[in-house]
Design a binder for this molecule. Structure first.
Ligand SMILES: [Zn+2]
Length: 83
């Protein structure tokens, strides 16, 4: 399980916050303290990481979000999927 450096206390105790109802595997991971659960809803302002040492929560910059924005207004050739 990946851990992340907390920007506040500099401990490597940051865990990914997962949203939505956890399935069995996630519940086990949560019980082992490997992940943090954020609840059933996510919005643009929801934090992505939670430090298990100091409780600080923070957002990351999602590369996929940047890529998604780059496609807006661009040309998308849907004929690629016709066969
Ligand atoms: Zn911290």
């Amino acid at each position: 399980m990946k851990t992340y450096i907390c920007p506040k206390c500099k401990e490597r105790s940051g865990l990914e916050i997962l949203y939505g109802y956890p399935h069995v595997g996630l519940a086990d991971a949560y019980a082992r303290g490997e992940i943090a659960l954020g609840g059933c809803c996510i919005d643009r302002d929801s934090p992505d990481r939670r430090c298990m040492s100091c409780g600080h929560e923070w957002k990351i910059v999602r590369r996929s979000k940047i890529n998604y924005d780059a496609h807006i207004g661009g040309y998308w050739d849907d004929e690629d999927f016709s066969n």
